[in-house]
Design a protein around this ligand. Structure first.
Ligand SMILES: Cc1cc2nc3c(=O)[nH]c(=O)nc-3n(C[C@H](O)[C@H](O)[C@H](O)COP(=O)(O)OP(=O)(O)OC[C@H]3O[C@@H](n4cnc5c(N)ncnc54)[C@H](O)[C@@H]3O)c2cc1C
Length: 410
């Protein structure tokens, strides 16, 4: 029985061997967190890219200023010494039962007491758009780098986080950039149309053409087809979102409708005797404060492995697993965005600051004082305040009238 009262292969069945599937941020951090917590047993790390773990955010933000990947050994002191590392051996299947787990690859089988799934997410590419680029790996970044520059025409499908970041970087390098977004505003899926629309003017100021409410029907050599016209392009980047990379699991685990692996607050997959855990973009975590927290952002992949390691080793504190607030950031089109919490579509949004400049958006439960999320744009003080607000055991509560007056966020 674990310290937090949940059953698991801990005190009564100590974990002596762990396979970590996925050698990205969440996988590398799982290895690091287990070792930091004193785990001395056998560790196997399976990867699919043939590269040691590296960081993805620089792939867009530093697309043209950095050619080598930002290795996690340099960025986060990840040390894989003593780990059985197989960077080009993707897992192809999983079996688990009450006594152990087995992970299959094309080369063999890896048995262990427990497995941590960290296979992340893959970019969505609509059927038939084979000629389009995506941006998820170092190899993707290298291909995209070769497609931008003065005199080159780049069409980006999707004004989400990655589309916006690449648009700014490519336009600054002299690329002729058009962003085509099917929704009513940039970032509308993540932030809602009202807040997303506040970012629309940033595009023209950065020299980027933005078409909202416009659907790309097809990607062809030489451009994209819209409903009534064609847009010529030397390269097309599809940035319409990602899907959890769970296909390799077959029917071994139940999956949520979006393909993610739902886990409890300790990152354990229910019904697996505590032997199967999932972290990072693949996982959707149960949070006391935020409900179901989907993957998709760097901070989750950084922090969830510590929770998973504590679950495996029975090291949660008396209050149970840590419950970090969802956090994301983005540098796009000359602006710095940071958000804590999870906005909900039905929330009331209150703005403070200058909606045409530096502003903060606060998502309230409808008609109430409970805050679900805070987004600060170019307002570092509000970022620091939001971090403190979301550090407590409950969701923060704020007075809307005081908030709109633009006094310090408390
Ligand atoms: C260009 C870009 C910019 C980003 N910028 C930001 C940002 O500014 N802020 C932010 O909060 N987040 C950002 N993110 C998101 C952030 O990088 C991810 O949330 C984070 O990388 C998730 O880590 P992960 O380890 O869960 O998944 P991943 O990083 O996707 O790593 C999963 C790894 O598992 C491997 N794998 C897949 N299938 C298998 C298999 N069957 N067997 C073995 N290995 C497998 C994959 O090849 C991959 O290497 C960005 C992402 C990208 C792509």
């Amino acid at each position: 029985m674990a310290a937090d009262g949940t059953p698991g292969p801990v005190d009564d069945h100590p974990v002596r061997s762990v396979v970590v599937v996925g050698a990205g941020l969440a996988g590398a951090r799982t290895v690091q967190a287990l070792r930091a917590a004193g785990f001395t047993g056998r560790l196997t790390l399976l990867g699919a890219e043939g590269l040691e773990p590296y960081d993805r955010p620089p792939l867009s933000k530093e697309l043209l200023s950095r050619e080598d990947p930002a290795w996690l050994r340099d960025e986060l002191d990840v040390d894989l010494a003593g780990v059985d590392v197989r960077l080009a051996e993707p897992a192809t299947g999983l079996h688990h039962d009450a006594v152990g787990v087995t992970v299959r690859t094309a080369a063999g089988r890896y048995g262990a007491d427990a497995v941590v799934l960290a296979t992340g997410a893959s970019p969505v590419r609509p059927a038939g758009w084979d000629g389009a680029l995506t941006l998820h790996t170092a190899a993707d970044a290298a291909a995209l780098r070769g497609a931008v520059g003065p005199g080159r025409r780049l069409v980006i499908v999707g004004a989400g986080w990655i589309g916006a970041e690449v648009a700014g970087v490519a336009a600054a390098a002299g690329t002729d950039v058009t962003v085509v977004e099917a929704g009513p505003a940039p970032l509308a899926t993540a932030l809602g149309a009202r807040v997303g629309a506040l970012t629309a003017p940033w595009y023209a100021r950065a020299g980027v053409r933005l078409l909202t409410g416009t659907t790309v029907r097809q990607v062809r050599p030489g451009g994209v087809v819209l409903s009534d016209t064609e847009l010529p392009a030397d390269a097309v980047l599809v940035a319409v979102g990602v899907r959890p990379a769970s296909g390799w699991l077959g029917g071994a685990l139940p999956l949520a409708a979006d393909g993610s692996v739902e886990v409890d607050a300790g990152m354990r997959v229910p019904g697996t005797h505590g032997r199967v855990l999932a972290v990072g973009d693949l996982a959707a975590r149960a949070s006391r404060r935020h409900g179901r927290v989907p993957g998709g952002h760097w901070d989750g992949a950084l922090r969830e492995p510590e929770i998973a390691a504590a679950s495996l080793l029975g090291r949660h504190g008396p209050d149970g697993p840590a419950d970090p607030a969802p956090y994301l950031w983005s540098d796009q089109l000359g602006h710095a965005l940071s958000a804590y919490g999870l906005p909900r579509a039905e929330d009331d949004v209150v703005l403070r600051g200058d909606p045409h400049g530096a502003f903060t958006a606060v998502w309230f439960e409808p008609g109430g004082t409970t805050v679900h999320a805070v987004l600060a744009v170019d307002r570092p003080r509000d970022v620091a305040a939001a971090r403190r607000l979301f550090a407590g055991p409950d969701l923060p509560r704020l007075d809307r009238a005081v908030l709109a007056e633009d006094r310090p966020l408390r």
